[in-house]
Write a protein that binds this ligand. Structure first.
Ligand code: ADP
Length: 421
């Protein structure tokens, strides 16, 4: 089927989050891991390309995003969605702004919007300020993120240094008045290329989608994609078919891998261990000394039918200690490499279900397993669907959870979801 909407996500959990939300509307969704090496084939009306570019140097991130765009255009995409985290995770240099600007250039468009709001998960934007629940972003646990600590809540201030053209705002009053399109036109006349749009409720997202349906490029969190894709169906650009899900039956062997240090993942790890599940805590300092041998030995003794947990998840003070000793990048990559090695070892032991917490972590695990394409199953929690792919000739299921998503019982919830639809 020809592709209508092409999506580029800056991390893997973001891609599965987006694909799960798009699949809610019943339109076939295909998720590619990285830019496919061959020309588009067996394409779906909604194609999502998962990249791992959030923390790359700007030039590398931009190059990968442009390659993804070229592939999506080849597949026929008429609309493009640039997906990043609903907490606007970025470094002072990017990569949200530079990628958006490069995509705008390649698409020949002079304006796009930025709408990370995800009301269902407590992310809202008001007067250009991003809130996580009731807290401004910079006062939320995101201020202690290991790789992208967010120390400002004002999206205009965060975005402006990342781009070369002007930044503006469509505020909530204008959204509720239904004045989004008019305000965008005024800002365009003033030479404003990058427009933050406030949204605090799903109804705001519907209003914004209606005003932006014809934009070549829309950027934001996954929540905006829901009303946008519904409009594409309503207006006949794409057709819905069934429930969009495809659920293979897999053996119960499961491994849970957690590299996220978000406050929610800390609570989820504690809750899962409290159920009596077997757990192994990875310490970056120990990994630097002894490598992944000890955890692999431990894993070899485990009963995968009981879904053992391996986690580097730690409190901010412990993360800082490891980073001070090893450097942020080295601490992160030691953990990612160890969890990737555990994923491969688990597969050799027969694991067919992989529950993974953390965006970067999910990227490392998926790459280690050599999965290049995923189909989308039922959602375990808002923004976290089961996905299905093939690794080394075997069918597997992957649940890739962004740090802050899911309830405290997420790991148990995911296992329950394995009992069938
Ligand atoms: P999230 O989805 O919460 O942002 P990510 O997996 O994207 O989670 O990012 C977490 C990063 O922190 C990863 O690079 C991971 O390897 C790193 N990390 C995990 N545990 C530790 C730790 N104990 N000390 C230092 N860094 C860690």
């Amino acid at each position: 089927m020809a592709t209508y909407l092409g999506c580029i996500a800056d991390d893997f959990t973001g891609a599965t989050d987006l694909a799960g939300i798009l699949a809610r509307g019943g339109v076939p969704v295909s998720l590619r891991i990285g830019v496919p090496s061959g020309p588009p084939e067996e394409t779906a009306p909604f194609e999502v390309i998962a990249l791992k570019i959030r923390n790359l140097p700007v030039a590398e991130a931009v190059a990968q995003a442009r390659a993804a765009l070229a592939w999506l255009q080849h597949a026929g995409a008429e609309r493009v969605f640039w997906k990043y985290c609903s907490t606007f995770d970025s470094t002072p240099e990017g990569n949200i702004g530079p990628v958006a600007e490069a995509l705008m250039d390649d698409l020949g468009t002079d304006q796009t919007i930025y709408c990370p709001a995800f009301p269902e998960n407590g992310r809202s934007v008001f007067m250009g300020h991003l809130f996580v629940g009731r807290d401004p972003l910079a006062e939320s646990p995101m201020r202690d993120h290991p790789l992208t600590p967010m120390r400002d809540s004002n999206l205009m201030r965060l975005l402006a240094p990342q781009v070369t053209r002007r930044v503006g705002l469509v505020d909530r009053m204008e959204v509720t008045r239904g004045a989004v399109a008019d305000r965008l036109a005024t800002l365009r006349d003033e030479g404003v290329a990058h427009v933050i749009v406030d949204a605090v409720a799903d109804a705001d997202l519907s209003t914004i989608a209606a005003a932006c349906e014809d934009m070549a490029l829309v950027t934001g969190g996954s929540a905006l994609a829901r009303p946008l894709s519904a409009l594409y169906v309503k207006d006949g650009a794409v057709g819905a078919a069934g429930d969009g899900h495809d659920t293979p039956l897999l053996p119960p062997e499961t491994i849970v891998l957690s590299g996220s240090c978000s406050s929610m993942t800390n609570a989820q790890v504690a809750a899962y261990l409290a159920t009596g599940a077997a757990g192994y805590r990875l310490d970056p300092l120990a990994l630097a000394e002894a490598g992944p041998g000890p955890v692999l030995d431990w894993l070899a003794q485990q009963d995968l039918a009981q879904a053992p947990l391996i986690y580097a998840t730690a409190r901010p003070e412990d993360v800082r200690k490891a980073q001070d000793r090893l450097g942020t990048a080295r601490a992160g990559s030691l953990v990612e490499e160890a969890l990737a090695a555990c994923a491969r070892a688990g597969r050799e032991m027969g694991a067919r279900n992989f529950i993974v917490a953390g965006g970067e972590t999910s990227g490392a695990v998926t790459q280690a397993l050599g999965v290049d394409r995923l189909t989308i199953g039922a959602e375990i929690a808002p923004g976290v669907p089961w996905t299905y792919g093939r690794t080394d000739g075997a069918d597997i299921a992957l649940a890739l959870k962004s740090g802050n998503f899911g309830a405290e019982s997420f790991f148990s919830d995911a296992r329950t979801g394995l009992d069938g639809p």
